[in-house]
Write a protein that binds this ligand. Structure first.
Ligand SMILES: Cc1ncc(COP(=O)(O)O)c(C=O)c1O
Length: 394
């Protein structure tokens, strides 16, 4: 006997990609270049790695689920500065919890919050980061997908109250994966009002918030504070060191926001048993308190988006979404065929957009697009873009 909800899980996009490319041989002599997975390839900050090594001895101790005060203070200081919360600062004591990467926290937060009553919904964009759906299904709730528009985000203002009435938890992603587009302050304010009116948790996945070209994307907590919701009622945010600091293997992030969520979530996590290793806590404390490496990292991505426009210019939709590290490009043929033929001809792997979305009302808004993660080192990325260009101009 197994949890029947396990049967409801969809195959993960990378599993589908592996089947799509099975037996396909890229040209011999061309180094394969994966643009399919969003795993940053820039160097992690060396001072973080040094701190990690220096504190390896702490592995002999059990860490607390709540995390050290020093780490929570470092996180709170970063959030307060980045999101201009000086007048309504978050409390490191009651409004922050370190997590082992946002993936597990996104999943766990919904398990902690869910009350699996008939008809209860988890609202999410479509296409989406796959954990939102998996978390909803395993919590016994129904995903409710909001189709993204060509702008790259759903029209949250058009969601009827009949949906909000049944909503228990709403995931938003800003900057978005896969499109990189940012939700405006006005829309965030609207969502905060709906979450409070209809009593659901509004969970903002902001793990790409530090990868932007011109101006920093607004965050949910910032908009709460501006709107006078200074205890962040019904709102939580997820942040990660994976993209900001090129530390995907450190497994370090945090959840912050409404203490009415954070406190029971801490209790949930005590039983779940997902505390952060003390050496990782020390390294994370330092990473959150340094901005220079983040500024340097942003510059590398900006250069790659400029190159994409130069190399592919006009032949594929290379509009810089303004944030994140993905190019979300329309394909001239079906996105899975395009991805397979591209791999066969060039050794470059991209992810068919249809794997990231679901068919709703007769169409899958991810179909006809590919997601290209510009994560490789700049020269490697440019080489991939040149190969894609020669493939599409052939
Ligand atoms: C939208 C989004 N949220 C969350 C995550 C999880 O990141 P991590 O668990 O490394 O913090 C990812 C990873 O790719 C992502 O794309």
């Amino acid at each position: 006997m197994l949890n029947p909800n396990l049967q409801r899980l969809n195959p993960y996009p990378f599993e589908q990609l592996a089947s799509l490319l099975e037996g396909v041989r890229p040209p011999a002599g061309l180094t394969p270049i994966p643009l399919s997975i969003g795993e940053p390839q820039h160097n992690p900050p060396s001072f973080v790695l040094d701190t990690l090594t220096e504190h390896m001895g702490l592995i002999s101790k059990y860490p607390s689920t709540k995390g050290s005060e020093a780490l929570r203070q470092s996180i709170a200081a970063w959030v307060n500065k980045r999101f201009s919360l000086e007048h309504a600062p978050i409390s490191p004591e009651t409004q922050v919890i370190p997590v082992n990467g946002t993936r597990e926290a996104i999943f766990a937060s919904l398990q902690a919050a869910a009350n699996a009553t008939a008809g209860a919904l988890v609202v999410m964009p479509n296409p989406f980061y796959q954990i939102y759906e998996g978390a909803a299904l395993l919590a016994g709730l129904a995903p409710h997908y909001l189709q993204i528009l060509p702008s790259g985000q759903p029209d949250y203002l058009a969601v009827p109250d009949s949906v909000w009435k049944d909503c228990q938890f709403c995931f938003i992603c800003t900057p978005g994966n896969p499109t990189g587009t940012v939700i405006s302050e006005g829309t965030l304010e609207h969502l905060i009002l709906k979450a409070n009116e209809f009593d659901f948790w509004l969970a903002s996945d902001e793990c790409y918030s530090e990868i932007y070209r011109d101006s920093p994307p607004p965050g949910l907590l910032e908009v709460c504070a501006k709107a006078g919701n200074t205890d962040f009622s019904k709102c939580i945010v997820f942040h990660s060191l994976s993209k900001r600091s090129n530390l995907p293997g450190l497994r370090s992030g945090f959840v912050a926001g409404d203490s009415k969520f954070i406190e029971p979530f801490l209790k949930y996590r005590t039983y779940h048993g997902c505390s952060m290793s003390l050496a990782v806590q020390k390294a994370s404390e330092l990473a959150w308190s340094d901005e220079q490496h983040v500024i340097n990292n942003r510059a590398l991505y900006a250069d790659k988006f400029d190159s994409a426009a130069d190399i592919l210019g006009g032949r594929m939709d290379t509009r810089d979404p303004g944030a994140g590290f993905y190019l979300w490009a329309k394909t001239p043929s079906a996105c899975d065929t395009f991805s397979r033929e591209l791999f066969e001809a060039t050794g470059v792997t991209v992810l068919p957009g249809q794997y990231l979305g679901r068919r709703v009302d007769g169409y899958n808004p991810g179909a006809g697009f590919v997601r290209m993660a510009l994560v490789a080192e700049p020269e490697m990325c440019k080489e991939a873009l040149r190969r894609i260009n020669s493939f599409i101009t052939r």
